[in-house]
Design a binder for this molecule. Structure first.
Ligand SMILES: [Zn+2]
Length: 212
């Protein structure tokens, strides 16, 4: 969300969108579709090879009328997130906790990679049903979400797709992943083999021993 005074510009990167800081003199690259030039001739350039990204410009007073905003749950790394909120949202559901964590109307900001990592850190089996998750486990989900997202942001995010490195910018958090994309490798805590199974159609990596 960009605060533009009377307006917000909302930008969703979808799969491939990225922002780069450049100067106004730098040549325009093929996939730079939006360029914001600042008074000091710095450019913020929106780069999107597949054009899946979306932008919405909205007057501030209309922000909460947008469908995209109405449906957003509490941000996974925000101070507002409490174990009671999670428990209340989760405890009536019979879906696996992994699927629930990806529901952006409950918790906003956890994608597949981070949901896998949060459940490993919280030592919760991804197949466990929402209704079997305890208040104490909700507290662990809350703490681990905050910690993992903050570390990931500090590392510049997680870059899995290889071609992004050709753009000269990659996140570093992929070097800190404990389970995601580590199928058949040893768990860092117990040396068991990491498993990969689909839950709700999404690849779910977990340690069967640490996440009972
Ligand atoms: Zn383990």
């Amino acid at each position: 969300m960009f605060d533009l005074g009377d307006y917000y510009l909302l930008s969703h990167l979808r799969m491939e969108g990225k922002y780069f800081l450049k100067t106004a003199k730098d040549p325009k690259e093929k996939h730079e579709h939006v360029i914001i030039t600042f008074e000091d001739d710095t450019d913020l350039r929106y780069h999107d090879t597949r054009k899946f990204g979306r932008m919405i410009l909205t007057p501030k007073e209309k922000l909460m009328e947008l469908d995209a905003m109405k449906k957003q749950g509490i941000e996974a790394n925000s101070e507002e997130l409490t174990k009671e909120y999670l428990y209340q949202k989760i405890h009536s559901k019979s879906l696996p906790i992994k699927t629930i964590l990806l529901d952006q109307t409950i918790l906003s900001g956890l994608g597949n990679i981070y949901a896998n990592e949060v459940l490993f850190s919280a030592k919760i089996n991804p197949f466990k049903k929402g209704k079997d998750i305890t208040l104490e486990e909700c507290e662990r989900i809350k703490l681990c979400s905050k910690q993992i997202l903050e570390e990931a942001i500090k590392s510049g995010g997680t870059t899995i797709r290889s071609y992004t490195s050709s753009l000269g910018v990659t996140g570093k958090f992929q070097n800190h992943l404990n389970v995601h994309k580590r199928e058949n490798e040893n768990c860092f805590l117990c040396q068991s083999n990491i498993k990969n199974e689909k839950i709700g159609g999404r690849s779910t990596y977990y340690c069967p021993k640490c996440q009972k």
